[in-house]
Write a new protein. Sequence first.
Length: 235
Amino acid sequence: MRQVLFLIVLFVANVVQAITGFAGTLLAMPVSMILIGVHEAKVILNIMAFLSCLGITIKNRRDIQIKILGKILIFMGIGMAVGIWLFERISLSFLLPLYGLIIIFIACKKLFIKKEFQLPAWGQTGILIGAGIIHGMFVSGGALLVVYATEVLKKKEAFRATIAPVWVVLNSFLMISDWTHGYMSHKVLALTGYSILPLFLAVILGNWIHKKINQKVFLKITYVLLLLSGFSIFI
């Protein structure tokens, strides 16, 4: 039953991932950790996000903003190396609530405080490194990345197309790390195989929805998802 519930969560999360280019793993991780375990959830959701975003990247490659993508990869890559190191050494009972509070704060600011301010260059860099640290620990760095991406990527097509290859590249390194740490057991790989069909159906549905929504609705969905994902960590 737990595995069935996990597949349902995976489907819903990847519909979201296909619509926005982020937030799928962010939403799925807290519940998945409860259903199948921390290491198992991290491995499977990482692989699913990789496959989902690979499809988005290939299909929307002409909308990718190369310079912005390069900056994201460099600084998130630095942070991710730190996050992988921290994951083995710091208690999850401390890190998860802190992460949840950060996500809720960001989402509330975007939803309810209309006045915008431009982050300085050092602030943008700090956000990207922080996103990498969180991604290295929980495969969920999308919340902080959105703070940067919504400032520099104003069109929904460019937003999704540029964010997706970030996860393709970074999640490739996470898969190598998971393999070397012995997290890819036969049980985990079997459940990964079962997850491919829900993933495939979710991507089809998510791509259809993406074409139907306008820019304003797209941003609202993005911020509401951030808020929900933050609260889900405390469930």
